[in-house]
Write a new protein. Structure first.
Length: 319
């Protein structure tokens, strides 16, 4: 089974359903990527910060070598980490990430957060995480405009086909669009029924940015990180509204949550370690929720955000 694609404002087609690589263990990552390709996944959502780009690239190389796919069938996404926002650092780190993956261009390269941190030499610590070389939280003076201009030059040089942003508010998107020579192709945000961000999604879509949802299952992904609100929030899979829709559609609650996004043109990037769940997560297009069901799920919104630097004990109040 393959995912349908959506046309980005850069002219490239992006699969509406992909595989997210956050918290995919290094020892299993190559196999997971290989099996996901076998199941039909073509988009892989990686990042410097996930620390598994080498292994993800090994999975891809094996799939290409075995004739499962060609590079041109795949849509490989990676992200610029906060420590590399200084204009002169953007190209070198992008080249390092490409070398880690073993490829010569990214289909999409995203500014991970609108947060510029002090540069950390990869020889000292990689991925650097949130702290500087002296293990402090230190910011860089780089503006988003400086970073974005360097991102645009990655497109000029053929290192990235499309560029995008993540965790940006509508205000930041508005500002960026004033000076962007190349508009962001996508905006990746936390998006699930407890955090629908309807105004931001509508605004981005009207501006021609494709929205990608992360953490589509809400609290589930954050239980293992012991994020306080995630532990105390009722699981979405067990919510009566979601269960009822799942029952009517003859689908799993996970599929309902993913379809709730894709039906509104929002791309999804779930990950699973389990072959059966991997398969069902790809089967989230081509069947529909009723409009009333879409509304009922959207009405679960509580403005509840789980992926917040403040929640990780970092004094960075971006949300
Ligand atoms: N831009 C950003 O700042 C940002 C932040 C967070 C995430 N992301 C991206 O978004 C991707 C997805 O987000 P996420 O990792 O937070 O969450 P997710 O992939 O939406 O959810 C993962 C959790 O759901 C479980 N799961 C997956 N499919 C299931 C199914 N069909 N039924 C039941 N359980 C299922 C997984 O367990 P099993 O593996 O055991 O199935 C895992 O515990 C990430 O991998 C990353 O690429 C981006």
């Amino acid at each position: 089974m393959a995912s349908p694609t959506v046309k980005l404002n850069s002219g490239y087609d992006m699969p509406l359903v992909g595989f997210g690589l956050w918290k995919v263990n290094n020892d299993t990552c190559a196999d997971q990527v290989y099996h996901a390709i076998k199941e039909g996944y073509r988009l892989f959502d990686g990042a410097c910060d996930y620390g598994n780009e080498v292994e993800a690239g090994q999975g891809i190389a094996r799939a290409i070598k075995d004739g499962l796919v060609q590079r041109s069938d795949l849509f490989i996404v990676s992200k610029l980490w906060n420590s590399f926002h200084d204009g002169p650092q953007v190209e070198p780190i992008c080249r390092k990430q490409l070398a880690d993956w073993g490829i010569d261009y990214f289909d999409l390269y995203i500014v991970h957060f609108p947060i510029a941190l002090k540069y950390v030499d990869p020889a000292i610590r990689y991925p650097p995480g949130w702290k500087s070389a002296s293990d402090e939280l230190e910011f860089s003076p780089a503006s988003i405009q400086e970073t974005w201009t360097a991102m645009e030059s990655l497109v000029d040089k053929g290192l990235a086909r499309s560029i995008g942003i993540s965790n940006f508010s509508a205000q930041l998107v508005m500002d960026l669009l004033r000076y962007a020579r190349i508009r962001p192709a996508t905006l990746q945000i936390e998006h699930h029924p407890y955090l629908t961000q309807t105004r931001l999604v509508d605004f981005a879509q009207k501006q021609g940015l494709t929205v990608t949802a992360y953490s589509s299952f809400g609290p589930l992904s954050f239980l293992e990180l012991d994020v306080r609100d995630a532990v105390s929030t009722p699981p979405l899979f067990e919510h009566e509204v979601v269960r009822k829709v799942a029952q009517r559609c003859g689908r799993t609650p996970a599929q309902v949550l993913l379809r709730w996004a894709t039906q509104r043109g929002v791309a999804v990037i779930p990950k699973s370690n389990d072959p059966q769940r991997l398969r069902q997560n790809l089967d989230v297009t081509g069947w529909d929720l009723e409009e009333g069901e879409v509304q009922a799920i959207a009405a679960l919104d509580q403005g509840l955000r789980f992926n917040d630097p403040i929640g990780y004990g970092l004094d960075i109040p971006i949300f």
